[in-house]
Design a protein around this ligand. Sequence first.
Ligand SMILES: [Zn+2]
Length: 256
Amino acid sequence: MEDQLKRLVTLQKLDREMRELEALKARIAPFLQEARGEVIRCQEALQKQEQAVTNLKKERKRKESQIEVEELALQKAKGKLLAVKTNREYTAVLEEIDTIHRRIDSLEDEVLALMEAVEKEEEVVRTLTARLQQVEEEYRAVEREKEGEREELDRLLATKAQQRQALMEELDPTLVDQYTRIAHNRNGLAVVPLKDDICQGCFLSLPPQLSHELRKYERLITCSHCQRILYWPEEQEAQGEPTTGEEAESPRQSLH
Ligand SMILES: [Zn+2]
């Protein structure tokens, strides 16, 4: 019984370590997704900026076509000037020409302003492109690092799975069943030491004769409060004092 209990404690330790490794592994994907979010945000900002530049260029083209139309009108008006017969007609055509000139001037001012705006916005495009490149490089570095971590975790998990398999072959299947059932109901903690007549799983007191019985290893003893399997910790025998409650009931903080 003593050997079986010791193996069970080792099994529990392995199971806990494997759960912790799995938890670390499970954090990798969301972590990478979060890191990827920054790349996507940069891509979106760049796309938006490029669209803004495209729109400005379109607007400039539209104004330039308007200028072409006005210039045709101007030529036509100038042609009319040769055909006028009266002073009144002449003045009217001159006014028309003047109006067209003013429209062309105004359009040219708008084109110039648009060209300046394009230049300014293209500068922002260049800044955002550089930023995106940097963020992508950073992401690739993080991704490589995390892939390495994942591989390392897989290696560790495989080793522990092998150890677990070897242990299972030396364990009484009925005992393993009992352990599995309790562990499932008790947050993975099924085998606990008894220290100073206190169950280290639920921290409730147990009758003093139990520790005496426990040391004899004649039968499987469980806590009458929480049904966890009890064992006698060796260090307690040697030092005569309780060790730190490593397997405490409180939720584990290390998995975050
Ligand atoms: Zn208990």
